[in-house]
Write a protein that binds this ligand. Sequence first.
Ligand SMILES: *Cc1c(COP(=O)(O)O)cnc(C)c1O
Length: 426
Amino acid sequence: MNRREILKGLTVLPLTGAAPQAVLATAASAPAKHRDVFQELGIRTFINAAGTLTYMSGCIMREEVVEIIDRTAGHFAMIDEVQDKVGERIAQLVHSEAAMVTSGAFSAMTLGLAGVLTGLDVRKVEQLPHLEGTGMKSEVICQKTHNERYNHAFLNTGCRVVEVETIDDVEKAINEKTALLHFLNIVANQGQIKHEEWVALGKKHNIPTSIDIAADVPPVSNLWKFNEMGFDLVFISGGKAIRGPQSAGILMGKKDLIAAARLNSPPRGFTVARGHKVNKEEILGMYVALEKYLANDHDKEWKEWENRIAHIQNAVSGLKGITTKITIPELGNVTPVLTIKWDETLVKLTGRELRDRLRNGQPSIEAGFAGLPLYHYQAGSDSVDPAVAETLKGENLVRITAWMLQPGEEKIVARRVREELLTASV
Ligand SMILES: *Cc1c(COP(=O)(O)O)cnc(C)c1O
């Protein structure tokens, strides 16, 4: 039911002066498939030309995922049985010993570490995050450049993070409290210690190793690469390129560690991760999303992203004062990125103003910005640390990705960006 229909419905209601309630009542009694809840609540929807950002709701689930969620929602099932069966299948797909669906990569980090700390000891599970006097370990080692904000997931277990730079540092930092050696793939080229060396250090000292690959497909091979390399725990997001539920992710790894992580996770209460609940529809949806992602024609999908980006580039590259460039990040969010820059004497617009105009136009469009890793951005706003925000303000550029566009939306993005640049041209 659209707004006009709601208003039409109103005219036949008695004039009690209670119009807002009448509107609500009319909307609420409409069949769900005819309701536009976004419109009812005044929530802006938009074309996502920025990327898989949590604050923009991440991704649009694959059609098959939505269908599976719909088809499974009408039945009860035991959560542990769903996790058992789904975990077994996912493990086969990603070449790991075991796997479970979590409420995101962040949750996988907390749960994976919780499992390392507690093993199958239920008393320890209930003691987390209080580690003192329990005999549990309490330190996670990672390279200084790999100590990103997402490591907060480890702090939730009561552990602290110890930073190192060289292999020698690791050898010195390891002690009886060391629980985990953690690696962040998105900055793999920024630390002195490489993947294989990290795994070898873990094996040498008999300490589990983990890797955060939350935003690291494509390439699809990353789904099994790090399991095969010997990492004991691998964390990935379900709601990024895999296009599963936004509130899902996967923890993959060694059988005993996954079993211990399961002990720390719902349906069991009284654990640090009770709040990491994933319902059966999402667990099954995550499984199907992964299956569909693996079955994708990845070359074809990549070509499609390139074509969309080229379409937008072609629409603006001839304009006076405009330069465009297409880049592909080496690690993390690997997809073609179009950077559009302009000469401020010829186009009177800042990057921020262009993004605002796209956001406030019809239809609304979110474009990306800056060259910083996407995970620096904070909820609901473009700004981050005051220092970073300062560097963003002055830049005459927008960055556009095409992987979260729905088919055909590249035409709208191309037209709107061109329009705004032309309007601001002197
Ligand atoms: C997105 C991301 C996370 C968090 O993943 P969620 O699935 O949203 O919990 C963790 N680490 C990195 C590097 C990420 O990009």
